[in-house]
Design a protein around this ligand. Structure first.
Ligand code: HEC
Length: 511
């Protein structure tokens, strides 16, 4: 049907003025698609140049028109969320119009330089790095879900300020969830291929391809963190997609802690507040399921939300009802996709007054029409911990409410905290000038440090690569690298430099 629509648009628009790949579309694809659609990314094909993009024109039209790509299941109109991956309406129109007009290339000389993706930690070394042992995926026609329990070896509790997950083999790491197991009892589980993660442990956050590291707000008036108690284990629940059988991965997680002591850090609680464990899903039926939690005892501020179902999930919506029965919107996922589940950070924290009730309503599709149904023919499915069982829960990161919580711009604060974190390293022997600048930034690196390899990149405050200046290059003597920011928006950027394995960063201001 959509293919016909594209054909129709093509006929309608022949000869009309249209946008070109080089001038209008390439940058949008680089910014919104290439982080996954590159030769080393999670997506099945690359979209890094005109021939790759034009070869997929029909598929791209469908995927964008039907909001399947970029993957971002929540409905942003229901509740504003931070760091949305969704295309803006104007961006969508530009790409669809261009496809409808026969996707002309334009002048290749105008095509912006394709992005280069950094597989290193953008936050640098951190305070605690844990890596899973090398694991060989067993995902043939089904996905492989395995969990690794790693001792933190912390002798004293520490508070997480940021967490970065670095996939060992990005093309096969579809997602990873990171848990704190205070009891250090949960065991590594790589046998059944259906490990859904420990239910009693505290979920910190996760990794999905193309996402920025998790950084908690850290401003003068609002510092948030999560404690890893001494002797806890860290559990990584890994998801490798079908077809990755035989490929190896060794993903690591790097924690950055608040300095000891830091005062005024508010502890984030993490709990699956909404849960339903008593439903049955008969075969060939769509079954509605709900969960609620009455009489919240205190005023709380919700920081983020993580709705969770397994493969039969169809949709889920969560909201609160305050004591006067007014609705507090939380999240709406109209088409549940197990492959793209995530913690969603609210744009502003959501205040839930004491005595409110929280709700989640959803449905499971246990019919043959559900592509993700692991059973053919469908069988009765009950709640349980394995991926082929079902779950219905909503996790929250929350705090005791303090007046004014709802006014913090969490999206902005997390971006700034990320940028601050990359700029704390020692910058002696590196001079970055002029700063602020209107166009050129010089990055002068003194000779003695240049023995081996030098990488230097410019990132925006969301941790997205703006330009890679050099990658693993050898230099001798003092070297000056230049970034020309003349064409870039006026904003704060981060220069990130790796010298012989050490990471240095500094913020720069483009006026
Ligand atoms: C966060 C990672 C990610 C981003 C960003 C992303 N994709 Fe994808 N894309 C994937 C993966 C993974 C698949 C394979 C199917 C799946 O897992 O949904 C895919 C599949 C596709 C497909 C084929 C399947 C389908 O659903 O039609 C098209 C076409 C596509 N992507 C286009 C795009 C375009 C265009 C953009 C940018 C506007 C984009 N993608 C952004 C990860 C991504």
């Amino acid at each position: 049907m959509k293919k016909l629509l594209l054909l129709f648009l093509l006929i309608l628009n022949i000869g009309a003025y249209s946008q070109t790949y080089s001038d209008d579309v390439a940058q949008l694809i680089f910014d919104n698609c290439a982080s996954c659609h590159n030769p080393d990314g999670i997506a099945p094909f690359s979209l890094m140049n005109y021939s790759e993009v034009s070869a997929q024109a029909v598929g791209i039209y469908d995927a964008i028109a039907q909001d399947r790509m970029p993957p971002w299941p929540p409905n942003d109109d229901y509740k504003p969320l931070s760091h949305s991956r969704a295309l803006e309406a104007a961006e969508k129109t530009t790409i669809l119009d261009w496809l409808g007009n026969g996707y002309p290339e334009g002048d290749p000389a105008n095509t912006p330089a394709p992005p280069v993706f950094n597989t290193d930690a953008i936050l640098g070394q951190g305070d605690l790095e844990l890596q899973i042992p090398t694991y060989t995926s067993k995902a043939t026609s089904y996905d492989d879900y395995v969990c690794f329990s790693l001792p933190s070896n912390l002798v004293q509790g520490r508070t997480i300020r940021a967490m970065e997950v670095i996939p060992g083999n990005a093309p096969i790491v579809h997602h990873a969830l990171v848990y704190i197991d205070e009891t250090a009892t949960y065991a590594t589980d790589t046998t059944g291929g259906d490990c859904a993660g420990p239910t009693t442990a505290k979920l910190v956050g996760g990794y999905t391809p193309g996402a920025s590291p998790l950084v908690f707000p850290n401003g003068p008036n609002l510092k948030l963190g999560m404690e890893i108690p001494a002797n806890s284990n860290i559990v990584l629940a890994m998801h490798y997609p079908s077809g990755s059988n035989g490929m190896k991965d060794s993903t690591k997680v790097i924690f950055h802690f608040y300095d000891e002591p830091t005062t005024g850090v508010r502890e984030i609680s993490a709990d699956p507040i909404l849960q339903n464990w008593s439903f049955t899903l008969p075969p060939e039926q769509v079954t509605s399921v709900s969960a609620s939690y009455s009489n919240i005892p205190y005023d709380v501020s919700l920081l983020s939300i993580f709705p969770h179902m397994h493969l039969l999930g169809d949709h889920i919506k969560s909201y609160g009802l305050d004591p006067s029965n007014d609705t507090i919107r939380l999240i709406d996922v109209p088409h549940w996709d197990f492959e793209w589940q995530d913690f969603y950070l609210f744009k502003n924290m959501v205040q839930i007054p004491a005595n409110s009730t929280l709700h989640a309503d959803g449905a499971f599709n246990n019919t043959a029409a559900n592509d993700h149904n692991p059973n053919n023919p469908a069988i009765t499915v009950n709640p349980g911990l394995n991926t082929t069982d079902e779950m219905f829960l909503v996790y929250f990161h929350y705090l005791l409410y303090q007046p004014g919580d709802e006014n913090y711009d969490i999206e902005e604060m997390t971006s700034l905290s990320l940028q601050e974190l990359v700029s704390t390293e020692d910058l002696s022997n590196i001079s970055i000038y002029p700063n602020p600048t209107t166009d050129i930034i010089n990055i002068e690196i003194e000779g003695e440090q240049l023995a081996n390899n030098v990488s230097a990149s410019i990132y925006d405050l969301n941790g997205r690569l703006v330009e890679q200046l050099v990658n693993g290059k050898k230099f001798s003597g003092t070297t000056t690298l230049k970034w020309n920011g003349a064409e870039s928006n006026s904003s704060v950027y981060v220069v990130s430099i790796v010298l012989n394995g050490r990471h240095y960063s500094q913020r720069i201001v483009k006026q």
